[in-house]
Write a protein that binds this ligand. Structure first.
Ligand SMILES: *Cc1c(COP(=O)(O)O)cnc(C)c1O
Length: 241
């Protein structure tokens, strides 16, 4: 298996090629390295290869890692991307820079209030998660509800509304996969245009979609942030989630 450094170079090259193929600037697309289930040492290794943004799914595991790497904090930006229950919002508000998985007003309100308890921290950057496959079991709001939730979040004091996030069902059919990305992109652009003059939307610039297996089609459909785990850190152990 390749080292993290080599994997990172390969993923960056994939992003660059995908951007060029889509006639976009490679700098428009940020790489989020998803380090869930991997130790703090793996994060450090990626950091030494120039990576600064890291994504985590499980609050307990993430907080341990973040605290272990506290000295490196000026260079590390932590994004929470997993499902978020209300009893975990305080830890997320205290330790993270971004949350991609906001899908209920109650969660957003708690994050805003709790972020306010740490006046030394800048506002929490948040994305609203869309449930594109419209399955009841999945996290995320439906396309029809996303704008209303964004409007409510845009007026909360300690949050900055940054954009949308989606995890489409993996599909063996690349055309189906693309349709899902395109639907999210259309929704993102519509919200951007509709609210472009509103204060609460001035930083609405992030479309978080695309992972190890589908980052090329996500970039072709307008993604501005790809969340890549396996292609950087290797396969995850199933048992440790
Ligand atoms: C695990 C995870 C990723 C990374 O997936 P890979 O296929 O390993 O690149 C991206 N986004 C979310 C929300 C995840 O939970």
């Amino acid at each position: 298996m390749n080292s993290i450094v080599v994997n990172l170079m390969q993923v960056r090259a994939r992003i660059e090629l995908a951007a060029l193929a889509a006639k976009r600037e490679p700098e428009e697309i940020e790489l989020l390295a998803v380090s869930k289930t991997f130790p703090a040492s793996a994060v450090e290794e990626a950091m030494h290869a120039g990576q600064s943004a890291f994504g985590e799914n499980y609050v307990q595991e993430a907080v341990e890692k973040i605290e272990k790497l506290a000295k490196l904090r000026p260079w590390l930006i932590w994004h929470f991307i997993g499902p978020l229950q209300s009893n975990k919002t305080r830890e997320v508000a205290q330790h993270f820079d971004w949350v991609h998985s906001v899908d209920r007003l109650k969660i957003a309100e708690r994050l805003s209030t709790q972020r306010g308890e740490f006046p030394e921290l800048s506002p929490l950057q948040v994305c609203v998660q869309i449930n594109i496959s419209e399955e009841n079991s999945k996290s995320g709001v439906s396309l029809g509800e996303v704008e209303e939730l964004c409007n409510a979040i845009s007026s909360l004091p300690n949050l900055v509304l940054r954009g949308l996030m989606a995890i489409p069902e993996p599909s063996p059919d690349p055309i189906e996969q693309r349709k899902a990305f395109a639907a999210v992109q259309a929704c993102f652009t519509k919200i951007q245009i509709t609210h472009s003059t509103e204060l609460g939307y001035q930083f609405f610039d992030t479309l978080s979609m695309g992972m190890s297996d589908d980052l090329e089609s996500a970039i072709d459909e307008g993604s501005t942030m790809v969340r890549v785990g396996t292609a950087i850190f290797g396969k995850r152990d199933k048992i440790s989630k």
